[in-house]
Design a protein around this ligand. Structure first.
Ligand code: ZN
Length: 377
């Protein structure tokens, strides 16, 4: 629990406004006019067809001058610099990030370099990226590089649930995997510094607990509603848990082993096809094993994860024959200096993390053998 400077302040931070509903994109001009008139819209080509084109038309009808910046796919320093130049050349006065986690993280970096405000319009509920004042920066090859921190959170987060519900259910499940880590990780961080550089507040703790409560109550129901493309109260609740509660919870509550294990997994091939939240889900089981939780407690999480088809074994992660050497690479990257794994109250070494990785896989296989679970089609 690193707090070497003995900081005693508690700190909570958040976006200025969070808006969620089934017609939020249509109503975007009403909210975005507070930020400027000439946005740089960071959007990849796929999301442009799904929602970008319609958003540009809506904004143009409301007299916005939109510059489209085509996001190339990786949230790297190079990509942030490239889009910043486009924003500068076109005198953009704010940035919109429309898309998934990597687009969002890139948009935040571009807005920071341009010194302008940023609106985040996620098109999936798959990560806790939209609300936070940090980006996860990757190398152009896809390997985890660093967290990049900004002075302020995104000004606006606008979530259109009629768009989110059209994304494949796998995205919502990944968001559940990311969000289910929130409370587990925050529990380890009561005396650690959060991403604002101070101690967690009571409300950060409560947000983590509420996030978990919603996921256990509605996670499966929302996943099924997503398959039916139905925006139901359960679906709205889980979108909020994945986006707002998970985002606020991790940033002001703190991260621990689950996300460090996720970052460790970027060191090996074979899992690059997996989404952030899918690796964080497995990382959560690793953390529970690492912390010596009971079988019945670990079973609760495995049951939730399997109910939304999240991976709980090496086989389900797509690495059935993973070697001890590879697990060692994962553990060493998870234990890099400054990693959030050092917020764990337990003694941590790469050897202990290798054992916890194997222990999590064993717990997942044991649960499946005991219950006869098989993947839904
Ligand atoms: Zn995350």
């Amino acid at each position: 629990m690193p707090n070497p400077q003995r900081i005693t302040e508690r700190l909570f931070q958040s976006p200025s406004k969070y808006i969620q509903g089934p017609a939020a994109l249509h109503n975007a001009p009403k909210y975005l006019s507070a930020l400027g008139r000439s946005p740089l819209l960071a959007v990849d080509n796929i999301v442009y067809d799904i929602a970008g084109k319609a958003l540009i038309e809506t904004l143009q009808q409301a007299d916005f001058k939109v510059t489209r910046g085509v996001f190339a796919g990786e949230a790297s320093g190079e990509e942030i610099d490239r889009l910043t130049s486009i924003g500068r050349e076109n005198s953009c006065d704010f940035v919109i990030g429309l898309g998934g986690g990597k687009t969002i993280d890139t948009a935040k970096g571009v807005a920071d370099l341009l010194g302008v405000q940023v609106a985040i319009l996620p098109t999936t509920a798959s990560t806790d990226a939209p609300c936070s004042a940090l980006s996860v920066i990757y190398q152009p090859t896809g390997e985890f590089e660093r967290y990049s921190f900004y002075d302020k959170n995104p000004n606006f987060v606008l979530v259109d649930t009629s768009v989110i519900v059209k994304a494949p259910p796998r995205f919502l499940a990944a968001g559940i995997g990311d969000a289910v880590a929130t409370n587990c990780e925050a529990r380890q961080c009561r005396n650690s510094l959060n991403f604002g550089g101070a101690l967690p507040t009571e409300v950060s703790v409560a947000i983590g607990q509420k996030c978990e409560e919603i996921l256990f109550k509605y996670g499966k129901q929302a996943y099924e509603a997503n398959k039916a493309q139905a925006v139901t109260p359960a679906f709205e609740a889980v979108v909020e848990a994945n986006t707002l509660l998970s985002g606020l919870g991790f940033e002001s509550g703190g991260l621990a082993a689950a996300h460090a294990v996720h970052n460790g997994f970027t060191a090996i091939h074979g899992v690059h096809h997996l989404m952030h939240g899918e690796k964080v889900a497995f990382g959560t089981i690793v953390q529970l094993v690492l912390d010596g939780e009971s079988t019945s407690e670990i079973d609760r999480y495995i049951e939730l994860m399997l109910s939304v088809d999240l991976p709980v074994t090496f086989e389900l992660l797509g690495i059935p024959k993973v070697t001890s050497e590879d697990l060692r690479k994962v553990a060493e990257l998870a234990c890099a200096p400054g990693e959030t794994i050092w917020n764990m109250e337990r003694v941590i070494t790469p050897e202990i993390v290798v054992s916890a990785l194997k222990g999590a896989d064993a717990a997942g296989r044991d649960y499946i053998a005991r219950t006869g679970w098989s993947k839904s089609k």
